[in-house]
Design a protein around this ligand. Sequence first.
Ligand code: PLP
Length: 392
Amino acid sequence: MPTVAASAAQVPQSRIRELAEAAMRMDGVLKLYFGESNIPTPGYIKRAASDALEAGYTFYTENAGLPGLRQDLADYYARLHEVRLDPLSEIVVTASGVQALNVGIRCVLDPGDEALALTPAWPNASAIIRMDNATPLAMPLVLRGGRYTIDFGALQASLTPRTRLLVYTSPSNPLGWVATEAEQEQLLEFARSHDLWLLADEVYERIYYRGPEVGVPAPSILRKATRNDAVMVAQSFSKTYCMTGWRLGWMIARRDVAEKAAQLNEFIVSHAPSFIQRAAQTAIAHGEEELRRMLIRLKENRDFCLSALRQMPGVTVPSPDGAFYVFPKIDGLTDSFAFCWKLLQETKVGIAPGVAFGAGGEESVRICYAAERAILEPAMERLARFLSTSWS
Ligand SMILES: Cc1ncc(COP(=O)(O)O)c(C=O)c1O
């Protein structure tokens, strides 16, 4: 009997989903397991989408996306990062950040190739590498003095003649870690000297707390790279503009890969939905004020969670500089899935097990704090009680 292809069968199920599916069958769960804000898409973006439908954006567009949107993205990089991009040859609009990862990785890996992935990390990049019949190698970040750092010695030691790609996420899901400019330079140098592609997942770049003022993005690798470097950036409208369900993102890449990605888009989704691309132009044009309001709320939530967690016995939690997660490490934890499962059953608090994010995550759990205080406060209280009673 025909079976599912081995290459598809070996792609593991997301362990975040596994727990979430159980939580969705229960009533009254405090949901902090998914990576999305509880804020709905702002009204002005929704109106722009319906105006676009009325105006006739119901037909196919270019594989690389509407030229107007690509121009707006080029202007966005010039404004926010002082980086000049050619909208026609270096920017490809995608149907989500995941699709940017998908088409980008597909463009640079052959079956049997190897890719280094900094972990703990959102598992999709590694799963996509597997879907392309290549092998991801988890490279755990190391917690030193309260901050995660890259172990370049381990990266060097893991290189083989088949290594073609290095993937990292900054700001990181689940760590909130943000690569410093010095670390970005080192990553770029490492990639250059070993002929690797460097793929930076920057979907959380606007959710950044260490800028000189609210709304300043995290540093992008594009500020360091030249247009001839083997660098790709995956990006998304999901997190910045509360548009997770809309499925829109983009990728920036060296011209040859960007052109190939646009062409491969034809065979994957052809292009992102036309009216959504049009609405995204409005999001870019008018989104800054709403974004700043969201960032102020997120930072307050982050600080609330950090202070609650730091009072809990046996919990160590580095302060995240970006994204909207805390990733506390719990003394003596060996099976984070069992921990989250028991927490869910006994207290109805739904969080994600660290094991879902690969090597280095096993002793931790991920809490998404892009939620209302009316959810975060009881969740922290129940977690504290659980740690001191059921789990000790
Ligand atoms: C690190 C990271 N990259 C990419 C994405 C993909 O975002 P989307 O596909 O919604 O654009 C996510 C979503 O959670 C993420 O956490």
